[in-house]
Design a binder for this molecule. Sequence first.
Ligand SMILES: CC(C)(COP(=O)(O)OP(=O)(O)OC[C@H]1O[C@@H](n2cnc3c(N)ncnc32)[C@H](O)[C@@H]1OP(=O)(O)O)[C@@H](O)C(=O)NCCC(=O)NCCS
Length: 172
Amino acid sequence: MSREKDFQVFSDCHQHDGITLRRAKQVDKGAIWQVHIRSIREVCKTHYSEKELRMWTEVLKPDRYEEQINKGPFYVAVENETIIAFGNLNKKSGEIEALYVGPEYLRRGVGRKILQTLENEALDSGLKRLCLTSSLNAVGFYEGAGYRPQRQKRWLLPFEMVVCVTMTKKIA
Ligand SMILES: CC(C)(COP(=O)(O)OP(=O)(O)OC[C@H]1O[C@@H](n2cnc3c(N)ncnc32)[C@H](O)[C@@H]1OP(=O)(O)O)[C@@H](O)C(=O)NCCC(=O)NCCS
């Protein structure tokens, strides 16, 4: 892995002084889990019920990220050594599997930066199209990044169905 890909500075965004992107390590699993839970609870609550959010977060556990981190690319955004956001790409399926920003860091370009980094990784791997399943609250964000909605999808959690939207983007 090149040093350049391992550690990227937000040099193109002045307000991101101090926020960096780096590859996730196994030791980050607990912090990633915390960001994931808080982002779902605080950010997705605009479009999902309390019960849906509870079911959604209950199925998450830190070990869930182990395989994804091993396979990569899996990035974390870090400020003062604290993980504030993360995202990963499954190169085999061409899917952006996750992209979550901590509630205090929204609308500061962090989500876009992680998405662009994952798209660059996809291009480097020869992928021509990316897909993802977006929560309802994030559809506008992905549309702004060039993704097109395909269809609504029901994601089965224990005792609850959560509605999401499948989206795709041609990258090459
Ligand atoms: C969706 C998410 C990743 C966006 O992250 P973010 O860091 O706040 O987004 P950015 O600041 O990089 O925004 C980039 C652009 O998208 C826009 N944008 C951000 N969130 C948006 C939203 N929810 N709806 C519409 N536009 C949005 C921004 O205004 C900005 O637009 P601009 O280029 O015109 O300035 C974040 O809201 C999040 O973590 N949501 C909860 C988890 C989630 O739903 N993840 C999606 C995977 S299921």
